[in-house]
Design a protein around this ligand. Structure first.
Ligand code: SAM
Ligand code: SF4
Ligand code: F3S
Length: 571
């Protein structure tokens, strides 16, 4: 159902325009022209990544490109010949972090005139390109997120003999709002496939992999800069994604996360095909789209889940996806989650507010009731599923009563984790037409109140795991210094404060951290060789943000109990 309460901004008349065009001659920006290394010389590089998983995945591609043309990784930003900053712009604070480093970067450049700095990511928006040099004076070159595949080319690092994928034509896709182009994205969806085929994706982990399935965002959230920085939604071809998943499976990676700003709207922009004729989903909320005959996320999950390993079980034991929008949480998707053994029992489903007027003003296009109904449906289909969400406090016009409604909804829906932030006005977004009238001090107070409330809900949810044996995929060794800080996370009650995990499981044991299928962070003690393995852990302590347990078996299990489900508390 579409909701637009009185006073709400009309949904953005977002329109996609696509044109095929030949593009990307080997442009070398004047500031970096002299960067071409002399024969035999290769610059070292450092990629500084801010923001979300999509940026992390994009950074893997940029690092892969640079490695492919012979550059080497520098161990720190200070030692690099080339610094690539992959920015986030979701809140002012995220951009301020990079602006705040301009002085330091200028110092480094003064000391080493050969140093070059490239700024990419969501901080580079076409509509503001003319002002970028003034805001970021230490930067030599700016690339929009969709221009990142041209990084090495634009730096002049690609020779005439370069692989064809780096010198390619593009398809332009433009987001139009009220007849005005507000963002453009020239990124050619197949460029990822080419990069993979040519070994130009440098994955940062051998345990978990990112797999982008849809770029950009077509939604209408009035506060959000993402549609302006990342352009319209562009789904990757179904078969390209499956091929990438097969490649990942062949490497023995334990966990795969499908990525997109709205991963569950995957496929609506792809052509209908006979083989997807059984797909007839209709959107239950938001802008109506013809989804018939097009692949969707449910189809992808089922196909990836059915890539089988040597024993017939899913080759990739853990399959995740992030982020989902409540518009597109279809019954087909819920059924796929319930029926595919590899799909983890966790869903990130941002609610943003617990008040319908606020949701209308935010352009979210669903009601609290719609969200409640979808959540009940998924909790019924996947008992014990862990649910996390995003909330914005202090958005334009939010009254105390509306904020209290958000708190009540949180009490009622009992999320496992809430990522909350105070509203931060972003340039060019429709919400700038509304008054940012909640004073900063009130935003701060509401944020603290909400976080405090969630801390007790999170603790209660985590306590449901006490005494249970769970499968933990061990991801990392926690450095000694961090181990002490992590204990604070666990200690809701001083009696739970425990001695360091170093040595706790015998001589040579170290502090380790990993995640359950329900995405719970678990601290444990064990041999460093457990990193990358799925082990069975008995949960002994629960804090609001993490669990702590003891390894009872160095083999996986009881990862899934029953038809595709892990042991979990019921809720
Ligand atoms: N696509 C996801 C969704 O809407 O469901 C979220 C992606 S967005 C990059 C991540 C989160 O940042 C949002 O869910 C929202 O809570 C927060 N966010 C976005 N714009 C914001 C703003 N202007 N001020 C504060 N928080 C913001
Ligand atoms: Fe931003 Fe909304 Fe798109 Fe999420 S769905 S990225 S909040 S515009
Ligand atoms: Fe930030 Fe862009 Fe991600 S704004 S959160 S890096 S999509």
């Amino acid at each position: 159902m579409t909701v637009r309460p009185e006073g709400a901004l009309a949904p953005l008349p977002v329109r996609r325009v696509e044109t095929a065009r030949r593009a990307a001659p080997p442009v070398v920006e004047p500031a970096v022209a002299e960067f071409r290394p002399a024969a035999g010389e290769t610059p070292s590089f450092f990629v500084w990544t801010l923001g979300c998983q999509m940026n992390q995945s994009d950074s893997e591609e940029m690092a892969g490109q640079l490695l492919a043309v012979g550059c080497e990784r520098a161990t720190s930003l200070e030692l690099a010949d080339l610094i690539v900053i992959n920015t986030c712009a979701v809140r002012e604070h995220a951009e301020a972090k990079v602006i705040g480093r301009q002085g330091r970067l200028a110092e480094l450049k003064k000391a080493r005139p050969g140093l070059r700095v490239v700024l990419t990511g969501c901080g580079v928006r076409e509509s503001e390109r003319s002002g970028l040099a003034r805001r970021f004076p230490a930067i030599d070159m700016f690339l929009r997120p969709d221009e990142e595949p041209e990084l090495a080319l634009r730096l002049g690092l690609v020779s005439a003999q370069a692989p064809i994928g780096l010198r390619t034509a593009a398809t332009a896709a433009t987001t139009m709002v009220s007849g005005r182009a507000v963002s453009a994205a020239d990124r050619l969806a197949p460029s990822r496939a080419t990069a993979l085929a040519e070994g130009r994706v440098a994955r940062s982990s051998t345990i978990s992999a990112w797999l982008p399935i849809v770029y950009g965002c077509d939604k209408t959230c009035t506060y959000c800069i993402v549609p302006f920085s990342r352009g319209p939604e562009r789904s990757r071809p179904f078969d390209d994604i499956l091929a990438e998943a097969r490649g990942i499976a062949a490497t023995g990676i334990a966990e795969l996360t499908l990525l997109g700003q709205n991963v569950n709207s995957y496929g609506h922009d792809l052509p209908a095909e006979e083989r997807f004729g059984h797909i007839r989903t209709k959107r239950s909320s938001g802008r109506k789209l013809d989804l018939a005959g097009r692949p969707d996320l449910a189809e992808l999950l089922r196909s990836i889940d059915s890539i089988s390993g040597s024993g017939g079980q899913p080759a990739i034991p853990r399959l995740r996806f992030i982020t989902s929008h409540p518009w597109d949480l279809s019954d087909r998707l819920i059924d796929a989650m319930a029926e595919c053994p590899s799909v983890c029992e966790h869903l990130h489903l941002p609610i943003q507010s617990g008040d319908d007027d606020m949701l209308g003003r935010m352009g979210r296009q669903y009601t609290v009731e719609h969200y409640r109904e979808r959540l009940a449906r998924i909790r019924q289909a996947v008992p014990g599923i862990a649910v996390s969400t995003d909330v914005i406090v202090g958005f334009c016009g939010e009254t105390e009563a509306q904020f209290q409604s958000t708190l009540s909804v949180m009490e009622e829906l009992r999320f496992d984790t809430v990522f909350a932030a105070a509203y931060s006005p972003r340039p060019g977004t429709p919400a700038l037409r509304l008054a940012d009238d909640v004073p900063a001090a009130v935003k701060r107070r509401r944020l603290n109140e909400l976080l405090a409330r969630q801390e007790s809900i999170g603790l209660e949810r985590n306590r449901e795991w006490l005494g249970r044996e769970v499968e933990v995929l061990v991801e990392r060794i926690t450095p000694r210094k961090r181990a002490a800080a992590d204990e604070d996370d666990l200690a809701d009650d001083p009696s739970l404060r425990v001695p360091s995990l170093y040595g706790a499981a015998g001589e040579g044991s170290v502090a380790l951290a990993g995640r359950t299928r329900h995405n719970k962070l678990v601290h444990l003690s064990g041999d460093p060789t457990l990193v990358g393995r799925a082990v069975t852990v008995l949960i002994e302590f629960a804090g609001p943000f993490a669990l702590r347990g003891r390894v009872v078996s160095e083999s996986a299990g009881p990862g899934r109990v029953g038809p595709g489900r892990a042991a979990a508390p019921t809720s």
